[in-house]
Design a protein around this ligand. Structure first.
Ligand code: NAI
Length: 286
């Protein structure tokens, strides 16, 4: 199958990055979200990011216009799914929400369409099992920020067919990504490591080992990380990271118990860059 049209369900941090990357690489993209405001914010964020690339000479005006014209916004999932070849779900990391979206996509997408989830930790088998097309379900796990990060992890569920895997790999490659194929296991590869590192950095902050700025500086300069684990948590979103850790704690045990400070930040609405404040202050929503 030649994938031409992709629906991206959920227009948050990841959805907008997937939509932008797909549109830039020539796919027609339908962006969907239950929140009208999220769709508008996502589109203006994509526009701003592409304009930045043009100003830096990384993209032509023509390519920017072409990419923007490849993106349509639709807040009804039945309309969003109705003529696509692939749907990529990038909604909140809650199993019931993902299953509900998959049920609807199964009902509204053409029978040939593949349904992928961008989950960072959860079982694609469990998500795909609510559909009547489990063989056409898979996880395509992109990384944040999607336009810059080179990897897409491909995780097949128990019922996923070989042809679904091949199509997912091909689409990821056409989007400029390298792939790795990972067997289904909570957290797959990078997220399983990253959740642990970030949680430990938060534990150190809670214990008063050093300031947030100095913990990040120590890890960047001492371990050669491009970004400190606390800032990275602000990029990921503290609510998303908390859900990741809760899931990993449930399936992989005690070492993934979320740091109590993480609950506090989330309760205070300090969700990270997407709201302008998290562990650090950013002044504006990014
Ligand atoms: P986010 O919180 O930024 O955005 C989630 C969006 O989903 C929101 O705009 C929300 O309105 C929307 N949404 C919720 N229920 C919906 C529904 N029923 N239909 C349509 N839209 C719905 O979350 P983020 O960070 O973009 O994460 C999305 C997924 O990607 C999660 O599964 C997460 O684990 C995964 N992920 C996140 C990464 C990150 O760094 N933030 C990296 C890789 C994967």
């Amino acid at each position: 199958m030649d994938v031409k049209k992709i629906a991206v369900i959920g227009a948050g941090v990841m959805g907008r990055g997937i939509a932008q990357t797909a549109a830039l690489t020539g796919f027609e993209v339908i962006m969907n979200d239950i929140e009208e405001e999220a769709l508008i914010h996502a589109y203006s964020n994509i526009e701003k990011d592409l304009k930045n690339s043009v100003e830096k000479g990384l993209l032509t005006q023509f390519d920017m216009k072409q990419a923007l014209s490849n993106i349509k916004l639709m807040n009804r999932i039945d309309e969003a799914g109705h003529s696509v070849d692939l749907a990529i779900e990038a909604a909140v990391e809650i199993m019931e929400v993902k299953q509900d979206i998959f049920k609807q996509l199964d009902e509204f997408c053409p029978s040939h369409a593949i349904l992928a989830t961008n989950t960072s930790t959860m079982s694609p088998t469990e998500i795909g099992a609510v559909t009547k097309r489990a063989s056409q379900t898979i996880a395509m796990h992109f990384f944040n920020p999607v336009p810059k990060m080179k990897l897409c992890e491909i995780i097949r569920g128990i019922e996923t067919s070989d042809s679904t895997v091949s199509i997912a790999v091909e689409v990821a490659n056409r989007m400029g990504k390298e792939t790795v194929q990972v067997n289904e296991f909570p957290g797959f590869v990078p997220s399983r490591i990253n959740a642990l590192v970030g949680n430990e950095a938060l534990n150190m902050l809670m214990e008063g080992v050093a300031s947030a700025g100095d913990i990040d500086k120590a890890i960047k300069l001492g371990l050669n990380y491009p970004m400190g684990p606390l800032e990275l948590m602000d990029v990921v979103g503290l609510d998303t990271r908390l859900r990741n850790l809760e899931y990993l704690h449930k399936y992989l045990g005690e070492k993934y118990r979320p740091c109590p400070l993480l609950y506090k930040f989330v309760a205070a609405g300090r969700l990270g860059k997407k709201v302008g404040r998290g562990i650090f202050e950013y002044g504006e929503r990014v």
